[in-house]
Design a protein. Structure first.
Length: 116
């Protein structure tokens, strides 16, 4: 069974940095793109970033504006989200996901809280 486990969230001051990790188990994931989403209280879940199966191609939401970097290590079945210059509006639960035909899998999420 496919499982995604996020880690690395926490409380950080505005301007600080965090590195989130998402480790997958239960299959081979190097053939699939992976992504990060986030959900703030009272808001819908929104796209943050995605990385191709090789790791060479990435895409980001406009609000990232060069502050985040997504990467992956296929040998470790892990995708990362390096976040810098964090802002209070980045406060949210961050989720990773992977689409393996015909199902979309989500992790349980990791809380990121940015204080002003």
């Amino acid at each position: 069974q496919v499982q995604l486990v996020e880690s690395g969230g926490g409380l950080v001051q505005a301007g600080g940095s965090l590195r989130l990790s998402c480790t997958a188990s239960g299959g081979s994931f190097s053939s699939y793109a992976m992504g990060w989403f986030r959900q703030a209280p009272g808001k819908e879940r929104e796209f943050v970033a995605a990385v191709s199966r090789s790791g060479y191609s990435t895409s980001y939401a406009a609000f990232v504006k060069g502050r985040y970097t997504i990467s992956r290590d296929n040998a470790k079945n892990t995708v990362y989200l390096e976040m810098t210059n964090l802002k209070p509006e980045d406060t949210a639960v961050y989720y990773c996901n992977i689409y393996i035909p015909t199902r979309l899998y989500w992790g349980q999420g990791t809380q990121v809280t940015v204080s002003s």
